[in-house]
Design a protein. Structure first.
Length: 293
């Protein structure tokens, strides 16, 4: 497959910057609303408790499993996988409760095999959540400092806002779909932040190289030219990254698919924000408060 060549294109991206800003604002507000109403489906890593992944001798109905263990303990969550196994999560790290659940299922459905068991105390889960927030915050602050020294403060602020935009939309997508959020999700977020930042730096670096023309062509045309000059690289990078991620998503199994979902959302949103969000912030900031280079 031939690489995408945008060298002859002259797309007026900045002409649509206000529509893009409204679209981004709508996605961010929707994500915040989902997080406030639905929250996130934390894995045992973050919420604490026990996760049992069980394999039954013959296929069973997930509804029947829920009914069978409904009166044992409290707060159980059940999830069926494509391979026929079922995961049961409950907040108490109690071996007695675990044995009671297994006994009920074996009495009702026959042989049950434990494929995987994870146990995390509530204090450990809270500490892991705190460390995850610290890790992401540290990464964003380090990026701002790097962009400030590498380019200029305005570019750094624009890049960090774009990254916050990407991260919020990823969280909103996970809240909407109910997918599990655990330590692997944090790794995915940090990876996507790096990916999106790389795209943003490529575009802003070309803006910096062309900045001497700003008084002659205007900031909007300068940014349009810079985005178009780097568009081939942006699109080709996104496409070649998406192909293996799509393979992971459709054929990687439950755990890998959950991780690939974060990459899918992050690559699409990160490519969009690199082209529109960061560039539009630089353009609007200059239009409202011009600055000499």
């Amino acid at each position: 497959m031939a690489a995408f060549d945008a060298s002859k294109l002259n797309i007026p991206f900045m002409k649509y910057r206000k529509f893009a800003a409204l679209f981004s604002a709508a996605l961010v507000v929707l994500s915040l609303a989902l997080l406030a109403v639905r929250g996130l489906n934390y894995s045992v890593d973050f919420s604490g408790g026990v996760s049992l992944q069980l394999k039954f001798a013959s296929p069973v109905d997930i509804g029947a499993v829920r009914e069978a263990i409904g009166g044992v303990g409290h707060g159980q969550e059940t999830q069926a996988f494509e391979d026929g196994s079922i995961r049961i999560r409950y907040p108490e790290s109690d071996d007695t409760l675990q044995g009671e659940i297994l006994q009920i299922l074996r009495d009702k459905f026959g042989d049950v095999t434990i494929q995987q068991i994870d146990k995390v105390g509530p204090a450990v889960g809270a500490e892991l959540r705190r460390q995850a927030v610290i890790a992401i915050s540290f990464a964003i602050v380090a990026i701002l400092i790097y962009m400030w020294f590498r380019f200029r403060l305005r570019f750094g602020v624009a890049a960090v806002i774009a990254l916050a935009h990407d991260s919020l939309i990823m969280l909103g997508a996970y809240s909407l779909t109910g997918r599990e959020v655990g330590t692997s999700f944090i790794a995915a977020v940090l990876t996507v932040i790096g990916y999106s930042l790389n795209d943003t730096i490529v575009i802003l670096d070309r803006v910096r190289e062309n900045w001497g023309q700003v008084h002659r062509v205007g900031v909007l045309d300068l940014i349009n030219n810079s985005v178009n000059q780097t568009l081939s690289r942006t699109i080709n990078t996104a496409l070649t990254t998406l192909l293996p991620v799509l393979a992971m998503f459709f054929m990687g199994g439950e755990v890998i698919s959950n991780l690939a979902f974060a990459f899918l959302i992050g690559i699409v949103v990160g490519t969009y924000s690199s082209i529109f969000t960061a560039s539009s912030i630089v353009a609007e900031w200059y239009l409202r408060k011009p600055e000499k280079r």
